[in-house]
Write a protein of this length. Structure first.
Length: 260
């Protein structure tokens, strides 16, 4: 009996350590996504995508390897949450700015804090908020890449129609949304080629392989390609199992032989 209890205690302790480790990993998942209609004159576009930072401090082990490799940074919402100091948020944003120009979409937990103060901080640091808006990049030959962003879906603040109005019709479109189910509102004529999302934490904790949410992945849908990130931080408890913390370095190009 005593041996069994000691064994359970040891196994439980090892599992707890493993779950803590998964929660604080600094995984950078690299993806090459190839689309036949990607504008050739753009060559390739690289995006560093990070979502659901919550209470974590972004590690230099994440920042340093991608400096010089990403054209832009996209924060996919839940940059913060109730109880996180604005000093920590500012530190994280300054670190991410070392990589390149930063773009931000709102997540549900971002509205738990003084979001007017958060808005002002983002403005102070020169970070572009994509709240139902878009930003367009143009090559020297006139080809356009457009990054769209929608506001928080859970509060019905999202207006994909307005973001599309702000985007160039003929551009290659990538949409950032905290919630992956924005894809329910995407129509074929929107021509949104890729969606970057988080929110679910990849389920965060999978018991015997099961969780309310699926693990982060890239999915080919009928009207677009969807990336769901496990996210970088955690919510409620700082533990993960089967859905390790991650962020992403995504390279987009037009090499149709490697379409992914």
């Amino acid at each position: 009996m005593v041996f069994a209890l000691v064994s359970l205690f040891i196994i439980g302790g090892c599992l707890l350590i493993y779950m803590l480790r998964e929660a604080f990993l600094n995984n950078i998942i690299e993806h090459e996504l190839c689309f036949p209609d990607f504008p050739k004159s753009l060559g390739s576009v690289s995006i560093f995508f990070i979502s659901d930072i919550h209470r974590r401090t972004v590690s230099d082990h994440v920042i340093n390897p991608v400096i010089g490799k990403a054209d832009i940074v996209v924060i996919g919402g839940d940059l913060t949450e109730k109880g996180v100091s604005f000093e920590k948020v500012k530190t994280n944003l300054k670190k991410l700015k070392q990589i390149g120009p930063v773009y931000f979409v709102w997540g549900n937990n971002d509205y738990e804090v003084d979001y007017h103060k958060l808005d002002a901080l983002l403005l102070e640091l020169g970070i572009k908020i994509l709240a139902n808006t878009a930003v367009t990049f143009e090559s020297g030959q006139g080809d356009k890449f457009c990054l769209l962003g929608v506001d928080d879906l859970s509060q019905e603040r999202d207006r994909l129609d307005l973001a599309l109005l702000d985007a160039e019709d003929s551009s290659f479109k990538v949409l950032a949304s905290h919630y992956p189910n924005i894809t329910d509102k995407i129509l074929p004529e929107h021509n949104i080629r890729l969606v970057l999302s988080g929110h679910t934490h990849g389920g965060q904790i999978h018991i015997f392989g099961y969780s309310p949410h699926e693990r982060g992945k890239i999915k080919k849908l009928e009207n677009t390609v969807l990336l769901i990130s496990n996210g970088y931080g955690t919510t409620s408890i700082p533990l993960r199992l089967g859905a390790p913390a991650e962020c992403h370095l995504i390279t987009l190009n037009g090499n149709s032989e490697k379409e992914g």
